[in-house]
Design a binder for this molecule. Structure first.
Ligand code: HEM
Length: 332
């Protein structure tokens, strides 16, 4: 019998097996991509409320403001009826909620990474404390409006670098947005199958396609970017994704690749938007974001640069401000 709350290697990977099993019971690619993506998003929404300069820094504490619009959709992953929640209740209740969320996300990342190459066990630490009230946490979460949101969360409050922010946003390669949750509908990757693979596809999509502005919703008014034929399942990028490479403050409304045409000479950009989005010039601090994108794209199909940057950024984000964390042990 293991010590309550203790996490050893067996237990850590047992959670991986359980999540793999839950995923295998999901009937469609669309739902499975949301299951994977939703688990990673859940952990991210817990750590993105960290503010190093506030008397109550928050961060990973298992506390989400469930009533806030910023968190809409997370309850389809975590509430008393969901398989993940039930798994926790039945087998892992002695582990704190934030520790469990990180392990669950680590499991998704390992299971969905190419050749199961991104194992985050060596950089996993446990012992996070959980809380049930975190008033004001949702006001620290980023909206999808512009790059200042990205800077506010990752650089100003979480104390990270652009390369970390860009690596973390690469997680948008998993899962989808839903019109009933955030109002931004579609996937960053071209298919629901690809939205279940944790790889550098997000960056390839970001720089490789003509993204044109789209009105995502009228009420509330939301704008994002889309590409191609959207009849059955839209593809999307948020302003906070596009702005890692393109200077929207300077050139919006614009299309990201006015140089791409189809076989009959028609531009890939939506014909309403024929202005080219500009890129950041040397000296602009956001150029660091673009350089990070280029770095993660390096090496053909090899994901090493992205994986190693993600490992570091994820470690920082999931341990930010926390002391007394412990490495998992061989045996409890
Ligand atoms: C500027 C920061 C961010 C913004 C503005 C943002 C915004 C969004 C939005 C609007 C959605 C769609 C939600 C829905 O409709 O269900 C979403 C989904 C998602 N986000 Fe983010 N996000 C950010 C950062 C992150 C980070 C740091 C991670 C993880 C490291 C992450 C992982 C995901 C994943 C995996 C999904 C898909 C969820 C699903 O399939 O249900 N996001 N994000």
């Amino acid at each position: 019998q293991s010590t309550p709350g203790c996490i050893d290697v067996n237990r850590y990977y047992a959670i991986h097996e359980d999540i793999d099993f839950l995923a295998s019971n999901i009937a469609t690619d669309e739902e499975r991509s949301h299951f994977f993506g939703g688990i990673v998003r859940l952990a991210a929404h817990d750590f993105m409320d960290y503010d190093k300069d506030d008397a109550d820094p928050m961060g990973m504490d298992g506390c989400i403001d469930w009533l806030s619009r910023a968190n809409a959709g997370l309850s389809s992953i975590w509430n008393s009826y969901t398989p993940l929640y039930r798994l926790y209740q039945e087998k892992y209740i002695d582990i704190t909620r934030p520790d469990f969320w990180v392990i669950a996300a680590n499991a998704v990342i390992l299971l969905t990474s190419v050749n199961n190459a991104l194992d985050l066990q060596n950089t996993f630490y446990y012992g996070r404390k959980e809380r049930n009230e975190c008033d004001g946490s949702a006001s620290r979460l980023p909206s999808t409006q512009n790059c200042q949101q990205v800077e506010g969360v990752f650089l100003d409050r979480m104390g990270m670098k652009w390369k970390d922010a860009v690596a973390l946003l690469g997680a948008h390669t998993l899962g989808r947005g839903n019109r009933e949750f955030s109002g931004h509908h579609g996937t960053w990757d071209p298919t629901d199958k690809e939205a279940q693979i944790f790889d550098k596809r997000y960056y390839q999509e970001l720089v490789g396609r003509s993204w044109s502005p789209r009105q995502a919703s009228v009420d509330p008014p939301l704008q994002d970017f889309t590409t191609g034929d959207n009849t059955d399942r839209p593809k999307m990028m948020l302003n906070t994704d596009i702005c890692l490479v393109y200077n929207l403050e300077q050139s919006f409304p614009c299309c990201t690749r006015t140089d791409l045409f189809d076989g009959s000479g028609q531009p890939h950009c939506n014909t309403n938007w024929d202005t080219q989005c500009s890129m950041y010039e040397d000296g602009n601090s956001r150029k660091e974001a673009t350089d990070a994108v280029a770095n993660y794209l390096d090496g053909g199909d090899d994901n090493t640069n992205f994986y190693e940057a993600f490992r570091l950024a994820w470690f920082k984000a999931t341990t930010n401000g926390l002391a007394d964390l412990r490495q998992i042990v061989e045996s409890c």
